[in-house]
Design a protein around this ligand. Structure first.
Ligand SMILES: Nc1ncnc2c1ncn2[C@@H]1O[C@H](COP(=O)(O)OP(=O)(O)OP(=O)(O)O)[C@@H](O)[C@H]1O
Length: 506
């Protein structure tokens, strides 16, 4: 695709996960030095799979059947690997490939070792494998951390970072090894405004040094718009290719379900929240009253006298920088974190000392990482599970009623056709919608949604908007945390920003 000297070439003649139904067919890429390529496609179109193939993660026995070529550097015999989906295919050494091609998956935490006790150690890991001497290693670790805004967090425990901070760390891990190709799946997900700006500058800097960058996703955001080349995946193949402008102008793009604008963009969105009208309810369903909280072992207060109130029928959006404490505030409302000072009230009751299981009778939570809340064999069973539980204060449904309700909830989020699918076989956005269905099915009075828009395409976002509006119409209180500020201004009654432990109108 790119006219510059190719640093990576790929021909995906065919790729399937199950060895039978091809997900991708006849896709060719040639990534030029210093180029930016956008791989766009709606949920399930294969953008993440193509990113994984380029990164070498999907090219291994047991990971799927790949037929085609992968080549590093100018095409030459030996630099090109040919795959026929057979046992005698070349073994792609992820270690060797990874020295040239770095990758940040959609679920950024998957890139982290899980063994490092500090951000600095996590970053040093890849360099230790390459025997980089201590002095330069320290310098490169600091440089990579600073590039993503984690320069002051080198001593922090990676497992205790917020979602956005973890994405920043994964990005730093990818660049610390100085790759010649960087593949980023949904790179802006969970990043605040400054994180997005830093990502843009980082990519510009890497391209100036000759690194070929690939961004994959379901949104024609600023990064995709600034690409040299875009490729639109639809129906398993490249439905359009060319400059972003040319691709965005095609009928295939209009049909595809790719978001034509970024939900984070505030351009043209009025400051006062608009489309949803006024919340009608007067009953307060959830409240934080002067809540203070610090995580164990940390001197700083994440919440510091935070006040928040949400009424029946209201959609309240929480925004604020990465690490500000939005998820922490939601955890308090779900009874999963306990205030050190102040009170948390849900449906009129002070929940101090109330077991989280009991709070769950009134509250449903969509977590920031939805895969963490999925554990069943099929999507239908996943949704039915919570309906069959004995939760004090809520009604346990019989098997048939639970199945019917689960079907309705799957239908509402657009997953009726995936009822029999294993939750882990759904795309990341499919998993988010499934987790949302598990919450909706129980019809809780308070809905807590942690970054519900992340990774959703146009169809997914429309479903989310519909179910949030319907829940509020039905009298539920909805509290969602988001960096999609433009979207929040359109779909929430109020938007609050969390800074220094307190909420204020955004
Ligand atoms: N289990 C934990 N132990 C210690 N610190 C934590 C833990 N979980 C989160 N933190 C820290 O608390 C702060 C608030 O985190 P939280 O996840 O609530 O932020 P957030 O506003 O939701 O961020 P993001 O926008 O990145 O998702 C961050 O500094 C985070 O690193």
């Amino acid at each position: 695709m790119s006219a510059g000297r190719a640093v990576l070439t790929a021909h995906v003649a065919s790729f399937s996960y199950d060895g039978a139904t091809p997900l991708l067919r006849d896709i060719r890429l040639a990534l030029g030095e210093g180029s930016l390529t956008a791989i766009l496609g709606a949920s399930g179109s294969g953008t993440s799979t193509l990113a994984k193939i380029l990164a070498g993660w999907a090219v291994a026995p047991g990971r799927g059947r790949f037929e085609g070529h992968l080549g590093l550097g100018p095409e030459a015999p030996g630099a090109r690997l040919t795959f026929r989906g057979r046992p005698d295919d070349p073994r792609l050494s992820l270690g060797a490939w990874g020295q040239h091609v770095a990758y940040v998956p959609q679920r950024a935490a998957d890139l982290l070792t899980g063994a490092a006790v500090s951000v600095g150690e996590e970053l040093a890991f890849a360099l230790e494998q390459r025997a980089v001497p201590r002095g330069p290693m320290r310098e490169r670790v600091r440089e990579a951390a600073c590039a993503v805004g984690l320069g002051d967090h080198l001593e922090r425990d990676p497992s205790r970072l917020s979602g956005g901070e973890q994405r920043r760390l994964a990005l730093a891990c990818a660049i610390v090894g100085r790759p010649s190709v960087l593949v980023l799946d949904d790179p802006s997900a969970s990043l605040d405004g400054s994180g997005r700006m830093a990502l843009g500058s980082l990519i510009d800097g890497l391209r100036a040094e000759g690194v070929a960058v690939v961004v994959a996703g379901a949104c024609a955001d600023r990064l995709a718009r600034s690409a040299d080349e875009a490729i639109l995946l639809d129906g398993g193949t490249a439905a359009a290719e060319g400059t972003p402008e040319a691709v965005f102008a095609t009928e295939a793009f209009a049909r595809s379900g790719v978001l034509p604008t970024d939900p984070a963009d505030e351009d043209g969105v009025p400051l006062a929240t608009a489309a949803v009208g006024h919340a009608r309810g007067t009953i307060t369903l959830a409240r934080l009253e002067r809540v203070s909280f610090s995580y164990p072992g940390s001197a700083s207060r994440v919440l510091d006298g935070a006040d928040l109130e949400v009424r029946a029928g209201e959609v309240l959006a929480l925004t604020g920088p990465n690490g500000a404490g939005k998820s922490t505030a939601l955890r308090h409302l779900a009874g999963l974190a306990r205030a050190a000072g102040g009170r948390v009230l849900v449906a009129g009751a002070d929940i101090a000392g109330m077991p989280a299981g009991r709070v769950a009778a009134a509250v449903g939570t969509l977590f920031q990482e939805p895969r963490d809340q999925l554990f069943e064999r099929t999507a239908a069973r996943e949704v039915a599970f919570g309906l069959r539980l004995r939760v004090p204060g809520s009604i346990r449904l019989g098997r048939t009623a639970a199945r019917t309700r689960a079907g309705e909830a799957l239908e509402a989020v657009g997953l009726a056709g995936s009822a029999g699918t294993h939750p882990y076989d759904l795309s990341a956005s499919g998993q988010r919608l499934l987790a949302l269905a598990t919450v909706l099915a129980r019809a809780p009075r308070v809905l807590l949604l942690d970054e519900p828009t992340v990774g959703l395409d146009r169809h997914g976002l429309a479903r989310l908007e519909a179910v949030v509006a319907a829940a509020a119409e039905g009298g539920a209180a909805v509290v969602l945390s988001t960096h999609a500020l433009g979207w929040a201004r359109l779909h929430a009654h109020r938007v609050l920003s969390l800074k220094e432990g307190r909420f204020a109108p955004a």
